[in-house]
Design a protein around this ligand. Sequence first.
Ligand code: ADP
Ligand code: MG
Length: 253
Amino acid sequence: MKTIAVINQKGGVGKTTTCVNLASELGAMRKKVLVVDADPQGNASSGLGFQFDDSVSLYDIVVGNEDPKWALHSTSAKNVSLIASNINLVGADLELGGSDGREFRLREALQKLENDFDVVLVDCPPSLGLLTVNALAAANRLLVPMQCEYYSMQGLSLLARTVQMVREQGINQGAQIDAILLTMYNPNLRLTREIETQIRDVFGEHVLKTVIPRNIDLAAAPAQGLAIRDYGRSSRGGQAYHDLALEVKRLWL
Ligand code: ADP
Ligand code: MG
């Protein structure tokens, strides 16, 4: 089982969109996929058609040590299961306080599901708090979606420092930024092309070949609780996420 954290402390860069659509494409390729929604806002959950209820959620797993088997839901996407978010997750950082092993709650939970899934995608919140550290501790691979904007570069160096800290503190000695995905890509903008050149110079082969264009269908699909594959797979966004899944499969699965 490979665990991929989709991570960037900046909001609105395409983490959730990437998580949901990569999951559904990999599911269509017959991988058994689990999406873990680690953002209290719950966008990945609703984007996969989940209706919020009082059932066991990631909060109960991380704070309450609940068995993750009770938290699995099916989704609108084929072969994709979900551990849903819950608004209570907002308080998880504080509730866990200084408790022992608080960084490893997600990793321990996922170990119990090792034989049930081929790949886990963790949708991280837009912060570098304890939920993100749990994702970093659990992950074999880090996938960082980013927009080609000036501030993205600064954000990336902050993330790189956090990843380094996670390594140095022994939380995950193998943690590194494995792949950067350029999202909401618009090749007609000079700024986009300039930043892309910079990023590819600095990060080389870690920048994925696939880029995700800005595409309105990708923004519209979540309102139906559907991944782009089940909403408009021939759209440019749909094709791009299909290509991304092929690239990720070739590299990691
Ligand atoms: P994050 O999870 O990093 O906060 P989201 O995936 O929620 O980012 O994306 C932020 C917003 O941009 C959402 O409204 C989403 O529907 C939209 N969006 C994401 N990717 C694209 C894209 N490639 N083209 C157009 N809109 C997008
Ligand atoms: Mg999100």
